[in-house]
Design a protein around this ligand. Structure first.
Ligand SMILES: Cc1cc2nc3c(=O)[nH]c(=O)nc-3n(C[C@H](O)[C@H](O)[C@H](O)COP(=O)(O)O)c2cc1C
Ligand code: SF4
Ligand code: SF4
Length: 293
């Protein structure tokens, strides 16, 4: 059976995008047609691809990627899953990047939501990455990741998925496998949410004497929450506190001290120690080397 793939992701700081690109390149190398889409900025493209998924006569495989924020996938990624069309021969691969603090319950929730839309899972991945709030830290959690070994297992995942989905009757992954957190950890992690992160993180205030109104922050806000009026103004209800605006401002016009957050992140990393940090999940008949450092 012919296979058509789609890759959707949101990636404020670029690591999830990097893995989306590894997935896209591996699919292309396997002569598997693929369309990729960044969530949050181009709703027309999202709508067009969702129509294509609904109308495609081929078997489809939808890769859906999110960074882990406060133990969960981003709301706009979960919204995308909720909008996936119900159809036969629908397969989906959730993948997350996480900043070495805790991968939380994001992958389990994405897997359940995909199953709820009628999508079977041929595989999944969690990949450790440099923590996107620690760009100014001396030794950020997850430094150096995703690295070549991470890319390699993601490419391996894609090869196994394609090989499986090119057979008439592929074996799906049991969704429960994605609930890998020990119950005590899951009980602590599941109630966390983005609102709690917003309370914990320092406010971002623009110093109007430094701001040149260049628009870099507006252009790099992944959810279009910023407007220049005439200085950056944030719509707090849509802001996901990715801190791209702070990190990428060429004038360092946002006065923010993230140092107190660094110890909080390191403490979480010590508490929830996950090993191996990057893992691909495959059905038993496809299992290669499931873990890696
Ligand atoms: C607001 C916020 C919350 C985060 N929460 C977590 C978390 O709960 N656990 C974790 O390990 N990393 C967390 N991270 C780090 C990101 O998951 C990690 O850096 C991810 O790779 C970023 O993906 P991106 O580069 O595609 O944006 C958080 C980052 C931000 C900005
Ligand atoms: S990136 Fe910095 S200087 Fe440019 S508009 Fe935003 S806050 Fe102002
Ligand atoms: S306003 Fe800043 S912190 Fe909020 S989502 Fe946009 S870039 Fe991220």
């Amino acid at each position: 059976m012919e296979l058509k793939s789609f890759v959707f992701y949101c990636s404020p700081a670029g690591t999830t995008r990097h893995l989306g690109e590894v997935i896209g390149q591996t699919l292309a190398a396997l002569s598997c047609p693929v369309e990729s889409c960044v969530l949050g900025r181009d709703e027309e493209r999202v709508k067009r691809l969702l129509r294509e998924i609904a109308e495609s006569r081929e078997r489809v495989c939808v890769f859906v990627g999110s960074p882990v924020y406060s133990s969960h996938a981003l709301p706009l990624v979960m919204d995308l899953i909720d909008r996936l069309p119900r159809r036969p021969e629908a397969w989906a691969v959730p993948f997350v990047t996480w900043g070495a603090a805790s991968s939380g319950v994001a992958l389990a929730e994405m897997g359940s939501a995909l199953a709820g839309r009628g999508y079977l899972l041929p595989g999944a991945a969690k990949v450790v990455a440099v923590h996107s709030l620690m760009w100014e830290a001396a030794s950020p959690a997850g430094a150096g990741h995703p690295d070549a070994a991470d890319d390699k297992i993601v490419a391996q995942l894609v090869r196994e998925v394609v090989s499986s989905l090119r057979t008439p009757d592929p074996e799906p992954l049991a969704v429960e496998v994605l609930s890998y957190q020990p119950p005590a950890a899951a009980a602590v992690l599941a109630p966390q949410n983005l609102e709690m992160a917003k309370q914990l993180l320092p406010p971002r205030e623009v110093d109007e004497k430094l701001c040149t109104q260049c628009g870099v922050c507006v252009d790099n806000c992944p959810v279009a929450a910023l407007d220049l009026d005439p200085f950056p103004v944030c719509d707090d209800s849509s802001c996901i506190v990715c801190f791209n605006c702070v990190r990428l401002c060429p004038e360092r016009a946002f006065s923010v001290d993230l140092n107190p957050i660094f110890e909080h992140i390191r403490k979480r990393a010590r508490t929830f120690m996950e090993s191996p940090a990057s893992v691909i999940f495959l059905p038993p008949d496809r299992l290669v080397d499931p873990g890696n450092g």
